[in-house]
Write a protein that binds this ligand. Structure first.
Ligand code: 7TS
Length: 399
């Protein structure tokens, strides 16, 4: 499978690339790269307009991709799949469209202590606009949400729960299904940030029963600039448009505009057509491998990496949840994470260093930053060995 990814044969600073920054973005298989080239070479045309051949072909391809994404996450209908720019735009859409309609002064929005900035700031903005309050579900020192406290925080004031499925900085897999059941018992809708989940494990929105589910194409080995919001039709029908423009209307006069049906009501303007189509090819690719298989392999690799890294004296892993995805955040005694990143880069190893768009998580663990390894199914045991060797070399340099 590694041969499907042209970039994995690249060299960096004369060393074979070891790409361990998959949380930031995934690499692209040639099937996806070819899909983009094919679209621009042979199919390029605007969609949902024009009766000419190319426009009809592009529309069919785009709508087929929507159906593939629907099937990937087991959504009941393709009208519940909205093409957007990514997770960030999906959360902003729900915060503004649902939030401005249903959330008022003194209501509460519940998020968790391990959210990415993309699932914090849009809610903070909404709270500033409406006078609602942002409340934060705490976590323990392993990086697991405090479920007992969560239950006590759910009240008639709570108007939405926004939680991350898999944490990008700790790797924690949250018990989202249980959290959704608890919220629904009080009629509270839930949005799940699935940016770090869909590429690593099977996701079934019907089984989870979430009201909204957001994810990004680029993190699942697809193109940048395209992502998905799944929303239950009952909510999408009830919510006002997020942006106005072409494609989202049924009729326009200067006096009154009527809106298109979902999902088009939320898709104003010309979308990232090539990206959407290629995201369909990405889904084909992932399903060709099988997400169960991916999850099982990544678990083996995570256990191996955890064991090897834990054995390095002076290395401390941050985030040790029982149920974890392939993410390892760590600090090295006496070496700033930025220096770790720079030293590893010299060895051809790409990791993330910094606060990972999760400053509150770093504040909780009282560290300014960490080094972060995030795995994908194309990573190997040999690559973990190369990483561990480079970390030893780094520690010797700074001794
Ligand atoms: N939610 C989570 C859990 C994420 O990890 C990210 C991006 C986002 C939302 C935002 O996604 P976007 O595609 O809209 O930008 N996470 C990371 C990361 O871990 N390193 O760089 C970006």
């Amino acid at each position: 499978m590694r041969r499907d990814f042209p970039i994995l044969s690249e060299h960096v600073h004369g060393k074979p690339l070891v790409y361990l920054d998959n949380g930031a973005t995934g690499q692209k298989p040639k099937q996806v790269i070819d899909a983009i080239a094919r679209y621009y070479s042979r199919e390029n045309s605007n969609i949902h307009r024009g009766v000419h051949y190319l426009s009809a072909q592009a529309t069919i391809a785009y709508e087929n991709a929507r159906k593939k994404i629907q099937k990937l996450i087991h959504a009941p209908s393709d009208s519940e799949i909205i093409f957007l720019r990514g997770t960030t735009e999906a959360v902003n859409l729900v915060a503004q469209s649902y939030g401005r309609t249903y959330i008022q002064r003194d209501d509460e929005v519940l998020i968790s202590a391990m959210e990415h900035h993309a699932n914090i700031v849009p809610w903070q903005m909404l709270c500033e606009q409406t006078g609602a309050k942002l409340r934060v579900i705490p976590m323990n020192e392993r990086g697991e949400l405090r479920m007992d406290t969560y239950q006590t925080m759910l009240s008639e004031k709570t108007k939405i729960v926004a939680i991350v499925h898999v944490s990008n900085s700790l790797g924690t897999i949250n018990p989202v299904k249980e959290m959704i059941t608890l919220a629904h018992a009080k009629n509270i809708p839930v949005i799940v940030d699935g940016a770090q989940a869909v590429q690593h494990m099977p996701v079934d929105v019907k089984d989870l029963d979430c009201d909204f589910y957001a994810f990004s194409g680029h993190k699942m080995f697809g193109p940048t600039g395209v992502g998905i919001l799944y929303g239950k039709k009952k909510w999408l029908d009830a919510m006002p448009p997020y942006q106005g423009g072409g494609d989202m209307i049924r009729s326009v006069t200067f006096e009154k505009t009527t809106y298109n049906d979902v999902p088009h009501k939320f898709e104003a303007g010309t979308p990232h057509i090539a990206g959407g189509i290629a995201l369909g090819d990405t889904v084909d690719y992932l399903q060709g491998i099988g997400l169960e298989r991916i999850a099982a392999y990544e678990k083996v690799l995570l256990d191996y990496a955890t064991e090897k890294l834990s054995a390095v004296s002076g290395l401390h892993i941050i985030g040790t949840a029982h149920n974890k995805a392939g993410v390892i955040s760590f600090i090295l005694d006496g070496v700033h994470p930025h220096d770790v990143g720079t030293m590893l880069d010299q060895e051809g190893i790409a990791i993330r260093t910094g606060h990972h768009c999760k400053q509150p998580v770093m504040q909780f663990f009282k560290v300014p930053a960490t080094s972060l390894v995030s795995l994908a199914f194309y990573n190997t045991h040999d690559e973990i060995d190369t990483l561990v060797k480079a970390i030893h070399k780094t520690m010797e340099m700074f001794r």
